[in-house]
Each structure stands twice: as structure tokens, then as C-alpha cells.
Write a protein that binds this ligand. Structure first.
Ligand code: JB3
Length: 210
């Protein structure tokens, strides 16, 4: 297929398991030219033969290619972000995902295979909407939050920045989850979760304040 534009060069920040997942979703308009990671032999170098361009501390201030954060650890992603202030990021959406035309998805967001971002939902920059996650109508997902594979958010749910909504968890409609929270895998959240709190179980109950 003739390209009206040359594919845009892209680098991933991170080369582990999550980077493999992101690399899989990069579309025709972009070409993956390398990754930054403290482990030059990280899986992206091995499995996908993508060159390591340097350690995280070696990311150039004026990074030319577009970038995508491809680290799974939310605190590490938050630490790395300032070094990318001068660079440009973009959303990567797997071809099998559904993103409503009324939804707003910020730069650097990753949307995994078979994920759903429904009507009038808003997803902040650098959030991860992972494989099969469902974000229902009018949800608001904060910057650098991670909705893990199979998690289901009912309508009008709010998730704060840097919060992990764990694998296969369920969040009732209208629930507000704060920033830097952890929702345990398989938890069912039926009431609001304050900033910094970890909740687990069905119904979800606080485990500790981080
Ligand atoms: O659960 C899911 C669907 N994804 C997880 C993701 C959200 O978070 C994934 O399973 C992982 O738990 C995690 O992905 P991430 O951050 O890529 O983790 P991991 O694969 O453990 O890689 C983290 C860091 O470990 C990489 O950035 C490297 O620095 C290092 N690393 C990974 N693979 C490696 C290798 N280091 C060496 N030396 N060799 C490796 O093969």
C-alpha cells in the first residue's frame, strides 16, 4: 500500500513485557526504531530484536522521534516523565479496540487489544487501558493511571492519576477512586476509595494506606 507519508519514527521508554505489548500495537503510520531501558538485553531486544538506544538516564533532552512510555511500573513512569518534557508522545490504539468517537484520549495513552473506551469517557495523558479493559460511558481516567487487563469500570467512574485498577477488578458505576490507589486483582469496588489507599476483595475493603 503506498504511504502518503513516511512512517513516523517512534521510540519506546522501557523494554520489558509491557514494551512487547505496546510494540505489537504500533500501527502502519509509525516505525519502532529503538527503546531506552536500564537493561540493554531487556525482552524487547531479545524477542523483538529492537535495538536498545541507551539507559533511561540517557534519554536525550531533545528526543527527536515520538515516544511512548512502555514501562509497567507507575511510579517509575512518573519519575521518567520529566526527562521527556521536551519530546512528543502520541496515543497507540490496538486495531481491535473500540474507542468511541465521543471519547477524549490524551497523548501517550496505550489502548490494548479488545479494550473499550465508551462514549464521552476521558482518558488522561500516558494512561494505560490494557487488554480487554472496559471503560464505560463518561468515565474519567487520570494521567498515568493503569486499568489492567480485564478490569471493568461502570459508567461515570473516576480514577485518579497514578492509580492501578488491577487485573479483572470491577468498579460500580459512579464510584470515585483517588490518586495513587491500588485496586487489587479481582476486587469489586462498591464505594469511593480515598487517595493512596489499597483495597482488595469482594466487596473491596482497605488493606493499607501507602
Ligand atoms: O500484566 C501485564 C499485562 N503487564 C505487566 C506490566 C503492566 O508491568 C507486565 O507483565 C510486567 O509486570 C510489567 O511490565 P514491565 O514494566 O515491562 O516489566 P518487566 O517485563 O518486568 O520489565 C521491567 C524492567 O525489567 C525492564 O524495563 C527491564 O529494565 C527489566 N527487564 C525486563 N526484561 C529485563 C529483562 N532485564 C534484563 N536484564 N533482562 C531481561 O530480559
Amino acid at each position: 500500500m503506498s504511504q502518503s507519508h513516511a512512517p513516523h519514527p517512534v521510540v519506546l521508554i522501557g523494554g520489558g513485557g509491557h514494551a512487547l505489548v505496546v510494540a505489537e500495537a504500533i500501527g502502519q503510520g509509525a516505525v519502532l526504531v529503538g527503546f531506552y531501558d536500564d537493561a540493554p538485553d531487556a525482552r524487547l531486544a531479545g524477542a523483538a530484536r529492537v535495538p536498545c538506544l541507551g539507559a533511561l538516564r540517557e534519554i536525550p533532552a531533545a528526543l527527536e522521534p515520538w515516544y511512548m512510555l512502555a514501562l509497567g511500573d507507575l511510579a517509575l513512569r512518573r519519575r521518567v516523565l520529566p526527562s521527556l518534557a521536551g519530546a512528543r508522545s502520541f496515543a497507540i490504539t490496538h486495531r481491535t479496540a473500540f474507542v468511541s468517537e465521543n471519547a477524549k484520549v490524551g497523548p501517550g495513552v496505550f489502548v490494548g487489544p479488545h479494550a473499550v473506551i465508551h462514549t464521552f469517557a476521558k482518558v488522561g495523558p500516558h494512561a494505560i487501558i490494557n487488554t480487554g479493559a472496559i471503560i464505560e460511558h463518561e468515565c474519567e481516567i487520570g494521567e498515568n493511571a493503569h486499568v489492567a487487563p480485564g478490569a471493568v469500570l461502570g459508567g461515570n467512574v473516576t480514577v485518579g492519576p497514578d492509580t492501578l485498577v488491577g487485573l479483572g477488578s470491577r468498579v460500580n458505576p459512579g464510584v470515585r477512586i483517588g490518586r495513587a490507589c491500588v485496586i487489587g486483582a479481582g476486587a469489586t469496588v462498591v464505594r469511593d476509595v480515598p487517595d493512596g489507599v489499597t483495597v482488595v476483595g469482594v466487596p473491596a475493603r482497605p488493606l493499607s494506606r501507602r
